[in-house]
Design a protein around this ligand. Structure first.
Ligand code: DGP
Length: 112
């Protein structure tokens, strides 16, 4: 399978690690849209939010458990935003479930 984020997980493509554990990996977005822009991904291939099931939802829970820790380490004391883009209308470009953690400035109110 030709998945960019699976290659990042295997170390075949370099990335700047922010956080990792047994279930998840977090790294800096290559094209940051805010002073802090971290991508958080499961260590298993799930295509998008649309592929979340009872079998793999533990990975999603682990991502959300890690978010406060990552946000604290990034100094996001004044809040942040977590986004996942799904499918064509959601403008998802990489087909491996990922959550964007954005912060470090006041983000636009409009989200869609
Ligand atoms: P999305 O559009 O939601 O699928 O977000 C994909 C994000 O992945 C986008 O913000 C840019 C980022 N990205 C794409 N290729 C790479 C890469 O090779 N390395 C890193 N660190 N980020 C990447």
């Amino acid at each position: 399978m030709d998945c960019l984020f699976c290659k990042i997980l295997k170390g075949e493509i370099p990335s700047t690690k922010v956080y990792e554990n047994e279930w998840i990996y977090a790294f800096r977005d290559i094209a940051p849209q805010a002073p802090t822009h971290v991508l958080i991904i499961p260590r298993v291939h799930v295509t998008s939010a649309d592929g979340i099931t009872a079998e793999n939802s533990l990975y999603v829970a682990k991502i959300f458990e890690a978010i406060p820790e990552i946000a604290k380490a990034e100094g996001l004391t004044n809040g942040y935003r977590v986004i996942t883009n799904c499918g064509e209308n959601g403008c998802q470009s990489v087909k491996h479930l990922h959550f964007h953690l954005l912060g470090g400035r006041k983000l636009p109110e409009q989200m869609g």
